[in-house]
Design a binder for this molecule. Structure first.
Ligand SMILES: NC(=O)c1ccc[n+]([C@@H]2O[C@H](COP(=O)([O-])OP(=O)(O)OC[C@H]3O[C@@H](n4cnc5c(N)ncnc54)[C@H](O)[C@@H]3O)[C@@H](O)[C@H]2O)c1
Ligand SMILES: [Zn+2]
Length: 354
């Protein structure tokens, strides 16, 4: 078991992250013992697969179950949860326990921040993406008016329990989704990149070693600790994401992590054309992305998806696309491209890749 303490440099708040076998079964009950009143918040898939085990470990705690899926990351679900919290008569000294993927964590964290102006919450991330990414850093949100994560708050859980036991029921698509963010972390950290390369065969087989999950959590925690409110360094976590979001919007069936892997490939190639790069390194990074993807999938024509990159929040000037691209081991650059140039080069890169 590894314990990572996330202490934000600029804030007094502190969150402890337990990573490894036993985090759920042994550590969580110890923390919850101090709370006489609590509510578990989960989704329908996790309830179906893990509900019995959750009750075995945590006893007879009331549970609020949301329907699974991003399409339910809405104000309706948020307010149904707040209603359930009120019906259970949770008070200031109660806590909310979120057990699920990033959707459950994001909505639950926001509800805990809003209810009585803030009650304690604990997060048990059950997807790989939630373990290595969304449960670390205290960002919470719901989608609103069709815009992703439009309404949210920063709210650190008291503690996070990232237990690999939950990953045994995760479908391959969701494993790959988390791997996308792990490879992105590797592109930002020289040390992690070496470890990912050394374990590439396991990763390509979608077998994710528990120590690598802990290394990724520690990396994200170190970035957040230095820049909790995303004014500088935390923006590096957008690597590959401008192109990823465009691809994701254009083909809703592809998972976010798959699009992050594809986005990293495209943006590495764009970097090669515009910056002084370490070519050998970019070649290694791109081949790692391809291995984890299991090959480049068919993509819609570039003309269809490239305009969607104009919607990215990083773009500061109209008509310009900004990408956070890898250039050398552990090093990235923000590259601003006029849209016509981004679109033309993306089309050329796609023609070569597919
Ligand atoms: N807060 C942040 O910093 C942050 C960072 C990245 C992503 N996010 C958010 O996270 C969300 C994506 O998270 P996600 O990929 O975990 O999605 P998700 O919560 O929708 O989970 C994906 C699917 O896996 C199922 N599932 C969960 N645990 C399972 C298990 N152990 N076994 C089998 N199935 C299981 C879920 O029911 C769902 O169908 C997005 O809404 C995104 O905006 C937030
Ligand atoms: Zn992402």
């Amino acid at each position: 078991m590894r314990t990572i303490v996330l202490k934000e440099e600029a804030q007094s708040s502190k969150s402890t992250i337990f990573c490894g076998e036993g985090a759920f079964e042994k550590e969580l009950p110890r923390f919850l013992a101090g709370y006489p009143q609590k509510l578990i918040f989960t989704d329908s898939n996790v309830e179906r697969l893990w509900g019995a085990r959750i009750r075995e470990v945590l006893g007879d705690v009331p549970v609020f179950v949301m329907p699974a899926g991003e399409e339910h990351k809405t104000e309706e679900t948020l307010f149904s949860l707040l209603k359930a919290m009120a019906e259970q008569q949770l008070h200031r000294t109660s806590c909310l326990v979120m057990i699920g993927g990033g959707v459950v964590g994001d909505i639950g964290g926001l509800a805990a921040a809003l209810y009585m102006r803030g009650i304690a919450c604990f997060q048990v991330p059950t997807t790989l993406l939630a373990q290595v990414d969304s449960s670390v850093g205290g960002k919470t949100a719901i989608d609103f008016l069709g815009i992703k994560n439009l309404v949210g708050a920063f709210n650190q859980p008291e503690a996070v329990f990232a237990d690999p036991c939950f990953l045994s029921t995760l479908p391959p698509r969701e494993v790959r989704c988390g791997l996308g963010e792990m490879v992105k972390h590797g592109a930002l950290s020289e040390e992690l990149f070496e470890t990912l390369l050394a374990r590439r065969n396991e990763l390509a087989a979608l077998d994710v070693p528990a120590d690598l999950i802990a290394d990724n959590i520690a990396f994200k925690a170190s970035v957040v600790a230095q820049d909790a409110k995303e004014s500088g360094l935390r923006k590096s976590l957008n690597l590959g994401h401008t192109t990823a979001h465009a691809l994701e919007l254009a083909q809703k069936t592809r998972s976010h992590g798959e699009c992050v892997l594809l986005g990293t490939i495209f943006e590495a190639e764009l970097a090669r054309r515009h910056e002084k790069c370490d070519d050998g390194y970019l070649h290694e990074l791109v081949s790692l992305c391809k291995e984890v993807l299991g090959g480049i999938p068919a993509l819609p024509p570039a003309k269809e998806w490239t305009p969607l990159a104009l919607l990215d929040k990083k773009n500061t000037e109209r008509g310009t696309v900004v990408v956070t691209a890898p250039v050398a081991r552990g090093t990235y650059r923000l590259i601003a491209l006029p849209f016509a140039e981004y679109a033309r080069e993306a089309e050329e890169i796609q023609a070569r890749l597919c």
